[in-house]
Design a protein around this ligand. Structure first.
Ligand code: TXA
Ligand code: MG
Length: 337
């Protein structure tokens, strides 16, 4: 492995980075990830939520490469990952007290806070919006990586636009491996669903995306919480595209028994919360009905079912509470036609 690090560093100084770009590399070497990032390249990074496709958030060149690798429309802004709360004021104009309180309670963690950006954050990173989404990810490798850099990392989920987010290095490799030089392998993501995206205004919390920090978690701060209505494909509410998180196979969400009846002539895959429907092509999110376990399994199980020899995936909603809300939101989007 030491040899690989020297190879990466040597490539950097010899301007032979392209030789590495031709190879797929997966590993746990922060130095390699760092070497690429310093060259405005993009690398996949582990976080506790999902894997991110990271580049220098202050570099238009790096940010362009992120959009390109993901095939992501330019109207959908990127989240900026920082190494500490004290860094935030470098990138935003002001931080309301409640936002500081939320940072203190949930960072590092699955919470992205929208704040008015400073001009050092390129418009490309925020798709021309005046706010930037910021969070500190909770993964030791990525925190070490951030601490080794003088710039923050823009990182959307490391999946092709519109597909299920990756929760392991293998997931990233399957879909973007040929497009990026390095995947920093931090194992399976512990939370398994993306961060909650919110803004704080006049002591109110407005949630733009349900995610790993639940509404119940946030209620400790204020009872004034609004969940933004879902839009279809409006740039005014980016991140809220209806057809998102979609597997390749059609997915129907409802009463599984009734759906099984309706689709009896098809090869069926079952995606249930805790009940066993006795089929081989079946994934049960959490046999004990635990929301945290269900979230951690959500995307990897959906991928597994998607890869089976079936025609349709039949799924059910979870109780609409705690992380069940975010999971239901994703199921709804995955099944949107
Ligand atoms: O957990 C996560 O948030 C992961 C990891 C890698 O940090 N990242 C992630 O990024 O899910 P992405 O780009 O796949 O989803 C971020 C969502 C986008 O849909 C985007 O529209 C929204 O957050 N978002 C980001 N910046 C925003 C902004 N300035 N205003 C409104 N929405 C924003
Ligand atoms: Mg995403």
């Amino acid at each position: 492995m030491i040899k690989v690090i020297f190879f990466a560093i040597e490539c950097k100084y010899n301007r032979k980075l392209n030789c590495l770009l031709l190879q797929r590399m997966i590993g746990t070497e922060i130095e390699i990830a760092r070497a690429f990032l310093l060259q405005d390249e993009v690398v996949a990074i582990p976080t506790e939520t999902v894997y991110g496709l990271a580049g220098n958030a202050l570099s238009k060149k790096a940010v362009s490469k992120i959009f390109e690798a993901k095939n992501r429309p330019h109207f959908d802004p990127l989240i900026v990952h920082v190494k500490g709360i004290s860094e935030v004021l470098k990138y935003v104009e002001e931080v309301p007290q409640m936002a500081y309180d939320l940072m203190g309670r949930f960072w590092p963690g699955a919470l992205t806070i929208l704040l008015p950006k400073k001009s050092c954050i390129p418009d490309l990173t925020t798709s021309g919006l005046s706010e930037v989404g910021i969070r500190i990810p909770n993964h030791p490798l990525t925190l070490d990586l951030l601490n080794s850099l003088s710039f923050p990392l823009a990182a959307p989920s490391a999946n092709p636009f519109g597909y299920i987010s990756p929760t392991s290095a293998e997931h990233v490799n399957d879909q973007l491996g040929s497009k990026i030089p390095y995947i920093l392998d931090g194992g399976n993501c512990s939370v398994g669903i993306e961060s909650t995206v919110l803004r704080v205004q006049h002591n109110e919390i407005e949630i733009l995306r349900l995610g790993g920090i639940s509404v119940e978690d946030l209620q400790a701060f204020t009872s004034n919480i609004h969940i933004h209505a879902h839009s279809s494909s409006s740039p005014a509410a980016p991140g809220m595209l209806t057809s998102h998180y979609a597997p390749r196979k059609p997915i129907y969400v409802g009463n599984i028994r009734e759906l099984m009846h309706a689709f009896s002539s098809e090869r069926i895959g079952i995606f249930s919360f805790k009940d066993d429907y006795g089929l081989e092509a079946q994934r049960i999110l959490s046999k004990s009905g635990n929301f945290t376990e269900a979230a951690a399994n959500l995307f990897s199980y959906l991928r597994e079912l998607d890869a089976l020899n079936i025609d349709v995936i039949l799924a059910e909603y979870l109780p609409n509470e705690n992380l069940g809300r975010a999971i239901n939101d994703k199921l709804k989007r995955a099944s949107a036609k």
